[in-house]
Design a protein around this ligand. Structure first.
Ligand code: SF4
Length: 333
């Protein structure tokens, strides 16, 4: 099967005790059954500690419950007690894999990294973009996806990335949003319409509407919030006046991560809107764009409920209408 490995995948190294945020806080750690069985049978003080701290949800899923916003196995020196005693192989699947992402489509697999890790955010958002590494690896199976739809999505994703690389950022985001509709049309069985950037941008200027109402951050305030830092940012935004290059990388990361997922429900536009809105939100909230984007990812991308809520609201919420998103892009220029 074909393996597509995103740039920086092999370069990533956990910052461990030097991490400015850490994946060992704010979340309960979901422990897989194999690791849970091992933990419960460990001898000595580590086993005693895990038997005391490992809990079960009603459905039987094991987890380590955060205490004072921290994983109970996280030591004050910033290291993990399990890892320090059992080595990396002793970690449960979630801790072992984070922040690595794996999307297995059957006959090809994509390996990526999650932006909610500060080190990944630094790598992905600050380094010049690099192509993914493609190679053949053993394994694979007959894919279940719609081959025609996947073909359209793969081609259109490459074009979307090309748009993002080629144009100044406000225009790139505008063209990305409009191109999402063209790719959707093709996905729905229509013809691939030629794309003329000049007329697309002229159309966007006509459609754009910025009233100053329904600010984007108010929509995100309605979602599930994990940290006080995020809540404060949403209530006290400091909009930037510039378009930092990190936002281009953020959009590219979003396209790489979410575009192909439309093969599951044939809905590409809602994902494109989510990507464009993420860039606009990070810009509106201000601060260091790498830090704000990492926090965005932690709060939004790592919550299946929040992602679902955004995809559901993409066609209905006033903050996410095309007019409003285009209005935000043009008014903030
Ligand atoms: S968030 Fe990233 S760098 Fe920080 S501890 Fe977790 S994996 Fe390591």
């Amino acid at each position: 099967m074909k393996q597509i490995k995103s740039a920086f995948y092999d370069e990533f190294r956990c910052l461990a005790g030097a991490c400015p945020d850490s994946c060992c806080q704010e979340w309960d750690v979901q422990v897989d059954a194999v690791s849970a069985r091992r933990y419960l049978s460990l001898p000595g003080s580590l086993g005693d500690s895990l038997r005391q701290k490992l809990k079960q949800y009603e459905d039987g899923q094991y987890f380590l419950e955060i205490t004072d916003r921290r994983c109970p196995m996280w030591r004050t020196d910033g290291l993990c007690e399990i890892q320090s005693q059992l080595g990396e192989e002793g970690l449960c699947t979630v801790c072992h894999e984070f922040p690595r992402l794996r999307h297995d489509y059957g006959d090809f697999v994509e390996l990526g990294l999650e932006l909610s890790c500060p080190e990944v955010a630094r790598l992905i958002l600050t380094a010049p973009p690099r192509p993914a590494a493609v190679r053949e690896v053993p394994g694979g199976e007959e894919p279940e996806y719609d081959r025609e739809a996947m073909g359209i999505l793969l081609r259109s994703r490459a074009k979307a990335l090309d748009i993002l690389e080629k144009y100044p950022l406000p225009q790139a985001l505008t063209l990305l949003l409009l191109f999402g509709y063209r790719a959707q049309e093709e996905l729905d069985g229509g013809e691939a319409a030629p794309c003329d950037p000049e007329s697309e941008l002229a159309l966007a200027r006509q459609v754009a509407q910025f009233t100053g109402k329904e600010p984007l951050e108010e929509f995100y305030q309605e979602l599930e919030i994990l940290t006080l830092r995020w809540e404060n940012l949403l209530h006290n935004p400091a909009p930037r006046q510039d378009w930092p290059e990190e936002l281009r990388r953020l959009a590219m990361y979003g396209v790489e991560r979410y575009w192909l997922q439309a093969v599951s429900d044939y809905d590409l536009v809602c994902r494109v809107k989510m990507i464009v809105a993420s860039c606009l939100l990070v810009r509106r909230l201000g601060g260091n764009p790498v830090e704000t984007a990492q926090l965005y990812s932690k709060e939004i991308e790592n919550s299946a409920e929040n992602v679902e809520a955004i995809l559901d609201a993409a066609y209905t919420h006033p903050a996410l209408t095309d007019r409003h998103l285009l209005g935000l892009i043009t008014s903030l220029k």
